[in-house]
Write a protein that binds this ligand. Sequence first.
Ligand code: NAP
Length: 253
Amino acid sequence: MPKSVLILGGTGDARNLADKLVDTYGDDLRVITSLAGRTTSPRQPKGAIREGGFGGAEGLAKYLKETKIKAVIDATHPYAAQISKHGIEACQSIGIPYVLFDRPAWVQDPDENWLHVPDMAGAADAIETTSTAMITTGIQNLDAFKNVHGPKILVRLLEHPKTELPIEDAEIVIGRPPYSLNDEVTLFKLLGVDTLVTKNAGGDATRAKIDAARVLGIHVIMIDRPATPPANTVTNIDEAVSWIASELALSAR
Ligand code: NAP
């Protein structure tokens, strides 16, 4: 009977990790990736997928027990703080190991022009006096920008939203990472972007926008990360694979 691991997903890292675990352990490990269900056609990782919320930490604990999950790897986005909190609580409550995939944040170079803000409201204040701002923080919490009337606002999203955006006259730009530096430079020039609003996601998939901003002298409004929850962490896929091997006493095929 294979042992089961749950990956809390919704990121490219989660998908790559699922692929790696399936390739490494084959039938010895059942890999289930959990998605919040926000994206209509997410890219599919190897292994099994389940979608939708669990109903808080309690619901997650119940799911883990019923599905006989032996360990949880939380590879959600660094700003998805609630599901991480629930993951830690649920694993503690039923006594199974949890690890957080803590992707290192991007570090500002001296020649980069970043303004650090603590949250979306801070970003909204900061773009008031700009000319053309591109918001790349995702579909959630865009309400924060609803009273901004100064700049032209572009919102980059993975797919067309099902409902109208809360920002009047915002233009939607559709794109899916990974992005290249050339493409980002071309896009930002074409659209006349002078300000980029971003989270500090870390990793390579969306880093090109930061590099393009540096090349073009675009102001970056950086929404700083929420505090990392107190948990065991790994920082890359190889470490995550080693962690699961040690926790579940697995050997590569
Ligand atoms: P969140 O605020 O931490 O979570 C809100 C609720 O959504 C959770 O309490 C949980 O509902 C459900 N949920 C979140 N992630 C889930 C998962 N992987 N599987 C099942 N249920 C999940 O999360 P968020 O910031 O809304 O992000 C939602 C998803 O989008 C995450 O999976 C994250 O990895 C991905 N994502 C987020 C961002 C971002 O900027 N926040 C960026 C890129 C991708 P219940 O309480 O009902 O279990």
